[in-house]
Design a protein around this ligand. Structure first.
Ligand SMILES: Cc1cc2nc3c(=O)[nH]c(=O)nc-3n(C[C@H](O)[C@H](O)[C@H](O)COP(=O)(O)OP(=O)(O)OC[C@H]3O[C@@H](n4cnc5c(N)ncnc54)[C@H](O)[C@@H]3O)c2cc1C
Length: 411
């Protein structure tokens, strides 16, 4: 394990973009410039899903622009080239099979579960793919999750008690259906444990999240006895999640399993606020960015302070959150590549953080989605939306790319 105590900085654009050619950098610059125009993004995020659904010939354009920037390829084999390139810089990969959120039918759900297992088998053959991610909505009917969540809200007691009560209340057909969802996840977890690949369960909308949390905690109780195999995701843009993290820790201590968590701020802010306003209930989202930041950093700190029982993935593009975590590890003389601490950023974003963390000796990865274009469209539309603000991520990305292009010109 490495013991360096050098200060880490995210300013080195040479390191950040070494893996990109000048042509690729210029393409990225153009893309981020376009995404900096909110009107264009608004139009694009409406028209693109419609164009795909109506089979208009837009795939080629998508493939050579936004898909290329944020996605590893259409097939598992295509991700290999990207993973290999990242591996040259000690950057690992979290494979994300991009299926999500449809009411696709049982055959499709079974197929998705098989695909997740195929990803695990593949990851186990690769030197730098220690994790894969799973969306429960990839193999469960959204409206069933929503129903269980609603019933859980009406019940009382701990999360797990409410969950068990509600499953008993389902009608026989739904009980069967839910049993199939659990079986799919169980198969995925069993294979992951066997192959020693970590499974990160994504967090989604609040109105389906309770059953996802309950199911994931029950899987942790079974599979995380000695090593962290199953990870839940905690969205700290929710004002109730710091307490939730602490409650999960207490449950893990009581039941004697390792709590494995991926900490994120959260990707569905506008949707959450809009639904809360439309349906007249209090928004589950923090009142402002500073509150999200404060709870995120407190969540990271809490997890670092309990590394004996918590395995943590710091999944963020926020420079301060990442730097604070590194500084904490250094101050407490915890190796930067401690087996319970991992950093991750989305492929196509914040290369300055990823590659500089890797160079400093941290365990760090890119979250790499892959799948047919039509399946990854919702993911791509979220990336476009989150990159619209010139003050925010786009400004950061553009500034870094421009700095590197300038540096190469002068070099
Ligand atoms: C590896 C990885 C895995 C991820 N997995 C998931 C997942 O499973 N589920 C999920 O939901 N997201 C996931 N995300 C996305 C993540 O939730 C964030 O949307 C994204 O990373 C931006 O947050 P940030 O920490 O990078 O930092 P920043 O860019 O500093 O923060 C932006 C975030 O702050 C919050 N925010 C912004 N403005 C406000 C405001 N006015 N009030 C309150 N909060 C505000 C929002 O969450 C916004 O996305 C993942 C991200 C990564 C890197």
């Amino acid at each position: 394990m490495q013991e360096k105590n050098t200060s880490v900085s995210f300013d080195n654009t040479e390191l950040a973009f070494k893996y990109k050619s000048e042509k690729e950098l210029k393409q990225a610059k153009l893309l981020f410039s376009l995404m900096g125009q909110p009107a264009l993004v608004k139009l694009g995020t409406r028209l693109t899903p419609w164009a795909i659904k109506n089979k208009l010939p837009v795939k080629g354009m998508i493939r050579s622009t936004i898909f290329k920037q944020f996605v590893g390829g259409e097939t598992l084999a295509e991700t290999a080239k990207v993973a290999e390139k990242l591996g040259q810089y000690n950057v690992q990969v979290i494979l994300d099979y991009g299926v999500e959120g449809g009411d696709d039918g049982e055959a499709e759900y079974d197929h998705a579960a098989d695909e997740f297992i195929r990803v695990i088998d593949y990851a186990a053959t690769q030197p730098n793919i220690p994790f894969m991610s799973v969306k429960i909505t990839g193999f469960s009917r959204f409206s069933l999750l929503e129903k269980i969540d609603g019933l859980m809200h009406a019940a009382s007691g701990t999360l797990i008690k409410r969950y068990l009560q509600v499953i008993e209340q389902l009608d026989p057909a739904e009980k069967e259906e839910w049993h199939r969802v659990r079986t799919r996840l169980l198969r995925i977890c069993e294979r992951a444990a066997e192959k020693r690949i970590g499974v990160l369960i994504d967090a989604e909308e609040t109105w389906i999240q309770d059953p996802v949390d309950a199911l994931t905690i029950l899987m942790m109780d079974s599979f995380n006895k000695t090593t962290a195999v199953i990870y839940n995701t905690v969205q700290l843009y929710r004002h109730d999640r710091l307490q939730f993290l602490k409650d999960c820790y207490d449950a893990a201590a009581e039941r004697d399993f390792l709590l494995a968590v991926k900490l994120v701020r959260g990707a569905y802010m506008e949707k959450e606020r809009a639904r809360a306003a439309a349906q007249n209930y209090p928004s589950p989202i923090q009142p402002d960015k500073a509150s999200s930041d404060s709870d995120y950093n407190a969540g990271v700190r809490f997890s670092l302070e309990h590394l004996d029982r918590i395995a943590l993935v710091i999944a963020s593009h926020n420079e301060k959150s990442n730097l604070d975590a590194v500084a904490w590890l250094q101050q407490h003389q915890v190796p930067l590549n401690h087996p319970h601490v991992h950093f991750s950023q989305l492929y196509g974003m914040s290369d300055n953080i990823t590659f500089n963390l890797a160079a400093a000796g941290c365990s760090v990865s890119k979250y790499l989605p892959f799948g047919p274009i039509e399946d990854v469209i919702p993911y791509l539309m979220r990336r476009a939306q989150e990159n619209t603000s010139v003050k925010g991520q786009t400004g950061r990305e553009l500034g870094l790319i421009q700095a590197e292009l300038k540096r190469r010109k002068g070099a």
